[in-house]
Design a protein around this ligand. Sequence first.
Ligand code: NAP
Length: 268
Amino acid sequence: MTERRFRRALVTGASSGIGASFARLLADRGVATVLVARSADRLGELATTLRTEHPGHPGGDVEVVPADLTTADGLERVGARLRDGDRPIDLLINNAGAGQVGLFMDLDPDDAQTAVLLNVVAPLRLAHAALPTLAAQGGALLNVASIASFQPVPMMATYAATKAFVASWSQALHEELRGTGVTVTALAPGFTRSGFVDAADARDVASRIPGPFWDGPDEVARAGLDGVARGRALVVPSWLYRAGVTASSLTPTFVTRRLVGEVTRRLG
Ligand SMILES: NC(=O)c1ccc[n+]([C@@H]2O[C@H](COP(=O)([O-])OP(=O)(O)OC[C@H]3O[C@@H](n4cnc5c(N)ncnc54)[C@H](OP(=O)(O)O)[C@@H]3O)[C@@H](O)[C@H]2O)c1
């Protein structure tokens, strides 16, 4: 099988964690990147590093688009970049995401709404903006879902529901676009060392999760890119979580719901 090559990727949430790993791995593979997140300073630092490490090489061709993807203005600016046919994007990675841990009734509803805007609405709008260009290039769409996509998760109710949307929607698009040359992949990581825990204000909970359950952001991003190269619909990065997803699919929902609820109650 010939290796699938991309020329220019747009990565959302590229300022830290899995998104920054995507950016570094793509640059190493000679893919130009467009980096999106709110933190212009952190994106600028990463862009400078990539340009220094890959001088005169496509991997050193890095654009920075600071944007808040929960706002109409941010979505419009990134959407305009995706529609730009002069420097076409042939790989869109919808990676930016956030969530909260706790009882729904105790959490700020504005934060829950932000999670829906960032994890659901932004990928939907950006994918729609990108698809004509992706179709013209035979490109790919990679959406970052989660292991939380596959069952309800008490104490992360809204986050898990947004990620269930991402996994379902991505796999449906994968089939809708079959035969068009565009592939759609959902990447479903388990616990991954990144800025996510701090952003979710969940350091205490995270400290009680045993080491073997944690993956590094580079291995997760690498698994996602390998899945895209193979045109896979769904990628679960580690064997531990693949076993969990299989077990969950064979178990009645009322059992997984209770089980996950029990585990998250003990962790919380
Ligand atoms: N870490 C895990 O255990 C885990 C597990 C499963 C799935 N995931 C998923 O993996 C993806 C990446 O998360 P991560 O773990 O790498 O966490 P992270 O280190 O916190 O990265 C999140 C990224 O999203 C960006 N972001 C947050 N709010 C944004 C907004 N309003 N507009 C634009 N960008 C925004 C952040 O940058 P700025 O703050 O600069 O905007 C950051 O670059 C997410 O979709 C997450 O749900 C993570």
